[in-house]
Design a protein around this ligand. Sequence first.
Ligand code: MN
Ligand code: MN
Length: 454
Amino acid sequence: MDNLWKKYAENRAPLEQFCDGYKDFLSTCKTERECIKYAIKRAEQAGYKSLATLMEQGGKLKAGDKVYAVNMNKTIVLVVIGKQPIEQGLNIVGAHIDSPRIDLKATPIYESTGFCLFDTHYYGGIKKYQWTALPLALHGVVIKKDGSNIELSIGEEPSDTVFGISDLLPHLDRKPESKLKDVAGEDLNVLVGTIEDGKAEKEKIKSNILNILKEKGIEADDFFSAEIEMVPAGRARDFGLDRSMVMGYGQDDRVCAYTALMAALEIEKPERTTMCLLVDKEEIGSVGATGMASQYFENVLAEIMNLAGQYSELALRRAMTRSMMLSSDVTAAVDPNNLAPFNVTTDAHFGMGLSFNKYNGSGGKSGSNDANPEFIGKLRAIMDEAGVQYQATEMGKVDEGGGGTIAYLMAKYGMDVIDAGVPVLNMHAPWEITSKADIYEAYRGYKAFYASKK
Ligand code: MN
Ligand code: MN
């Protein structure tokens, strides 16, 4: 198998154009809610109609119709009705739009040794030391008691102020319990300010910050009904002298979400019904109402089959069982600086294309959805027919690697599922790296999969 750049180096324009859109997406969509807003806008431009509106107006769905549904502003489902009855099954591509980060606690504001700080609780699996001593932006939403909301995004414009978590200088970090190895979760506190409120009796610096928040309509108690995420500040950008890679925050799994979404926007009159699924909470186990483990997926499918005049309990169950799905999530790319945990012959490499993990899990495939060879045979035909390059991979050495995705949750319906995504370097670090060639190939692969008639 050739490195994809042999194919793309000569004619980079389509790939670069696609990745320009991707970098814009990464730079502006750093929370689940921001991703959903973006997806709704793009979906409506592409002719998708709101399922909620259709239900309200008693609308109907027929072959070729495009419809989207949003759950709690953090999950979105985009469906195009196929020519075949829906009970023949769907072609589903599912990715997650939550990424590791630092969340503010419900009562975050406090003062210590001349600083006002935000207390935090990190989200997802992070190497905590990587999140100190770098500029962080504040993104999120505050919901007031009357239901109104205040959206916040501070730190992305060049003229914006930024935040951050301080770290020790090496000179004072020589003890055996050195923080150079890791940082305690309770020590991930965000520095917010140092100026005193002259009129305050006590906690003068905290009081001054509260005054600034008040100007934005936010009281200290409002943080209880807020969702505020501290994320790396700044834009995604090209990486490397040859500009062959992208560096940006949240590429796990927004690289798969973006490629799955862009491919879904181009679907016209498919043979089988298609679904693009962008879900929340994967990084903490797919739990909660907006995670893949919730009933939302099947409820939405039931509503859509109902509007298409095709609903029955049995038809719904058949549709799910006869579906096939790409659980589109990232995998670990072989890292030249850290070869120890990799098997370089069986793991994913940059520039080699869409990466299929037949199974994931760790310790004897434990917890993995081991995809069926019959399904994989079908996928090979789909990818080869479309001229999409792919690699069959694992994630790290046996007994050293492995990981979980949403694949097993969809497999429980009895459908065929396989993990298929883009290899990533620095996964779960503030700045993750991907290959532009793999990004473009993933988009092409998802497009071919949606269109598959099999
Ligand atoms: Mn992931
Ligand atoms: Mn992850």
